[in-house]
Design a protein around this ligand. Structure first.
Ligand SMILES: Nc1ncnc2c1ncn2[C@@H]1O[C@H](COP(=O)(O)OP(=O)(O)OP(=O)(O)O)[C@@H](O)[C@H]1O
Ligand SMILES: [Mg+2]
Length: 200
């Protein structure tokens, strides 16, 4: 992905707010030859919904993986919530939530227990994560399915569960990789509704 190939969709009316994502000349080359991300720079302000669009293989997931510290950039720098992705990866991870492109939920566990597992991985005490999980399940309208195994969920229900998991650590910034992939028009609209709600 390069600044020329991809399209950034940016909301208006956020000038004057502080910068939450700063990306400068970020590049990623896989195995020394495949240039997946080519010298990308952009800024995102607090309170903004920012999206980048590009064809399959454009480097969208690679960019998200670099910004969430899952993979190291080949060159360039970035600050997320004021923290340097190279020097302060733990601080970056504490401040962001991620909903990856692929489903991560454990099929044999209930929706509720999947959220608690995410919370445990962040070291959040159960006294906090239990009520917060219930709150998030309600928010994404999964409270009635909370104690069902994920293997019985529809695609839209799984997506909404992934969203809830991404919010368990009270992130300042939420990364969503293809949040509406495979969803019908109605569920797609519902997911957008939740995303706008989280922004408030
Ligand atoms: N781990 C990897 N090792 C080698 N090449 C990779 C790896 N991950 C991605 N790539 C390559 O990098 C390029 C960008 O991939 P990426 O997954 O970031 O694209 P994307 O924009 O998210 O695509 P999609 O819309 O299909 O999700 C592709 O050519 C892909 O084959
Ligand atoms: Mg992708």
């Amino acid at each position: 992905m390069s600044n020329q190939e991809s399209v950034a969709v940016q909301e208006h009316g956020t000038s004057g707010r502080s910068t939450i994502v700063k990306v400068e000349n970020l590049s990623k080359t896989y195995n020394g030859k495949l240039k997946a991300v080519d010298n990308v720079s952009f800024e995102i302000k607090e309170g903004e919904i920012f999206g980048f669009l590009g064809p399959n293989g454009a480097g969208k997931s690679t960019t998200i993986n670099m910004l969430t510290t899952l993979i190291r950039p080949t060159s360039g720098k970035s600050e997320i919530c004021g923290y340097d992705i190279h020097k302060q990866p733990n601080e970056v991870r504490r401040n962001v939530g991620v909903v990856p492109q692929e489903y991560t939920a454990d099929e044999d566990m209930t929706g509720h227990n999947n959220i608690i597992l995410c919370a445990d991985l962040y070291g959040i005490p159960r006294s906090d994560s239990e009520p917060h999980a219930d709150e998030l399940l309600k928010l994404v309208e999964l409270q009635d399915a909370a104690n069902r195994k994920v293997s019985t969920y529809s695609v839209g229900m799984r997506r909404r569960l992934e969203l809830a998991c991404g919010l368990i650590n009270y992130p300042k910034l939420l990364f969503l990789d293809e949040p509406t992939l495979g969803l019908d028009v109605q569920t797609r609209a519902a997911v957008w509704k939740y995303i706008r709600m989280f922004k408030e």
